[in-house]
Design a protein around this ligand. Structure first.
Ligand code: S3P
Length: 171
């Protein structure tokens, strides 16, 4: 990225519902640096929502766009980049993130994640007969990969967004 206040972009990774967008926005405001969000950029470029993109073009298309957007955003002024929950799973994303950024995983327990995502319709991967089981399966498969982030910051159910910003900065 182009150095400004920060020398590297802080890339927030982790499960859906971990707070990447909310904490990322607050962290950027606190540091007075740009806030970037890969899902939001993909939606804006496509003029469609994430569920619409998945339905019309499929997940592989979305993952390709996700990679392109992450590469592009990592070249902009250094700031805070929130990524979608699947982004850090792709080796090419991990590679480009580790080359130019600092990966910070927001880690929350399954029950906390479930409370935050249940009943929402914005996450196509959870559209199954048993979304809780789907979330559990994704969680179990992904946690070891998120652990490869440079830093892992715990986000339990009670902690406020501003307290999470404090935790990230301490880490
Ligand atoms: C996904 C998470 C979503 C979004 C897409 C796929 C995933 O982002 O990128 O629905 O694979 O976990 P959030 O983590 O912001 O929900």
């Amino acid at each position: 990225c182009v150095p400004g206040t920060l020398r590297k972009t802080i890339v927030l990774v982790g499960m859906m519902g971990a707070g990447k967008t909310a904490v990322g926005r607050a962290l950027a405001a606190r540091l007075k640096v740009p806030f970037l969000d890969s899902d939001h950029e993909i939606e804006t470029a496509a003029n469609m929502s994430i569920p619409e993109i998945f339905a019309r073009d499929g997940e592989p298309f979305f993952r390709e766009k996700e990679y392109q957007v992450i590469c592009r955003l990592l070249k902009e002024e250094c700031g805070i980049l929130s990524t979608g929950g699947g982004a850090f799973l792709a080796p090419r994303n991990r590679k480009v993130i580790s080359e130019t950024g600092v990966a910070v995983c927001l880690q929350a327990d399954l029950d906390v994640l479930w409370k935050r995502v249940k009943g929402r319709d914005s996450r196509p991967l959870l559209r199954s007969n048993n979304p809780y089981q789907t979330l559990t399966d994704l969680y179990n498969a992904r946690v070891p990969i998120y652990a490869q982030a440079d830093l892992v910051v715990a986000s339990d159910g009670q902690v406020s967004i501003e307290a999470m910003v404090d935790r990230v900065l301490e880490a």
